[in-house]
Design a protein around this ligand. Structure first.
Ligand SMILES: [Mg+2]
Length: 384
């Protein structure tokens, strides 16, 4: 039996050359935490966390690492349950009776679930390495190219409204067959103009998705969707304000022909369940690198697969392609950034990883997730 011997967090922050804006926020840096889990027989697994604040998450990586030390590195289910159990009251869970801490402040839950996710991904990497198999093979899948779309069209200071069209056409010229436009920040007529210009620039045969980062109320989203409908839109992503619930998504879905995509900020399978079963979404975008890890993403994908909701995980194609591969019918594809300046860690942090060519993720056949870390890059951009 290989036992978990050590768990380390490596926070990385890269300053971006350009400040990118979504409808919700400005993005001036790009960060990731690499989680390194080592077994007592010397196998190293890597996980990834995209979240903030990094310090809080790293503290929880180290803390959870102490609780799971000595457990079977292959037994991802009891390890997951032990870590998740930190977040809720347990019988004899107070006054140090079970040797674990009482539940942390509720404000720390996102950090705990992020840390759990990174460790869980590293354990799947270890599982593959111990078995000598890529993760997709552990799931019984075949290695097939996985569709990837490039996200772009971010707002930039001083850029004309329709600069997005040229940028998106550039991704198509690189081989992408699908692109996702950031929209929702400006007046309706300007935004519909950006969508029209983008559709004209990428041609009719490529897929176009829209992501408004939670910009609208239900009625605003319905108006926006009806304006966008003539441009053959594959999905309308995070259409509603953060507080909206499955019933609101259903109301929107019933008023437009464009399928709704959602889930990159959902923290666990229980909230995903309610969005999936409501009938309000056509695509689920649960992100294993943000919360609760690869194990939870399989649970979410299993439900989505049964209810004809397509699986389109947010970001981290080097990890999520292994999940999508396991669902030939409902596994839609993975997000990536065709612009290396927007996502420097995908392009420079790994000395080995899945490749994106001709608009598809091509996984390698190395054990685990098939990733190796460029230690020099990691040290150079280590967060202070
Ligand atoms: Mg999004």
């Amino acid at each position: 039996m290989s036992k978990i011997a050590s768990v380390k967090a490596h926070p990385i922050v890269v300053e971006l050359k350009t400040r990118y804006w979504t409808a919700h926020e400005g993005i001036a840096t790009w960060s990731v935490i690499i989680v390194e889990v080592q077994t007592d027989d010397g196998v190293i697994g890597y996980g990834e966390i995209h979240g903030s604040p990094q310090k809080g998450i790293c503290t929880w990586v180290e803390r959870l690492g102490e609780y799971i030390k000595g457990m079977d590195a292959n037994a991802h289910l009891p390890v997951w349950e032990k870590m998740f159990g930190v977040t809720h009251p347990r019988r004899n869970g107070i006054m140090d009776q079970d040797g674990m801490p009482p539940p942390p402040a509720r404000s720390e839950f996102p950090q705990v679930l992020g840390a759990l996710g990174g460790i869980d991904i590293a354990l799947w990497d270890i599982k593959g390495k111990l078995a000598g198999l890529p993760v997709y093979k552990l799931l019984g899948a075949e290695n097939r190219p996985i569709l990837s779309y490039s996200t772009g069209g971010y707002y930039r200071e001083g850029a004309p409204d329709n600069h997005c069209a040229e940028e998106m056409a550039g991704f198509i010229a690189k081989g992408y067959k699908a692109v996702k436009l950031k929209t929702g920040a400006g007046p309706l007529d300007v935004e519909i103009g950006r969508i029209k210009a983008t559709r004209e620039a990428i041609g009719k045969d490529n897929l176009l998705m829209l992501d408004v980062s939670g910009a609208f109320s239900v009625h605003e989203a319905i108006r926006f969707a009806q304006g966008a409908e003539p441009y053959d839109i594959t999905w309308f992503e995070e259409p509603l304000h953060w507080y909206c619930q499955p019933a609101d998504y259903l109301q929107l879905a019933e008023a437009t022909t464009i399928p709704i995509a959602h889930g990159e900020r959902l923290t666990n399978r229980f909230t995903c369940r309610d969005f999936i079963t409501s009938g309000g979404i056509g695509y689920i975008q649960f992100d294993a690198t943000r919360f609760c890890g690869f194990t939870e993403s399989i649970r979410v994908a299993e439900l989505a697969n049964q209810l004809n909701v397509k699986i389109a995980p947010h970001h981290a194609p080097e990890i999520h392609s292994h999940l999508v591969a396991a669902y030939p019918e409902h596994g839609f594809g993975c997000e990536s950034h065709g612009d290396p300046e927007r996502d420097p860690t995908f392009y420079h942090l790994f000395s080995e990883r899945a490749q994106i060519k001709d608009g598809y993720v091509h996984m390698n056949d190395k054990p685990g997730f098939g990733i190796e870390i460029d230690r020099k890059f990691m040290e150079r951009y280590k967060a202070k």
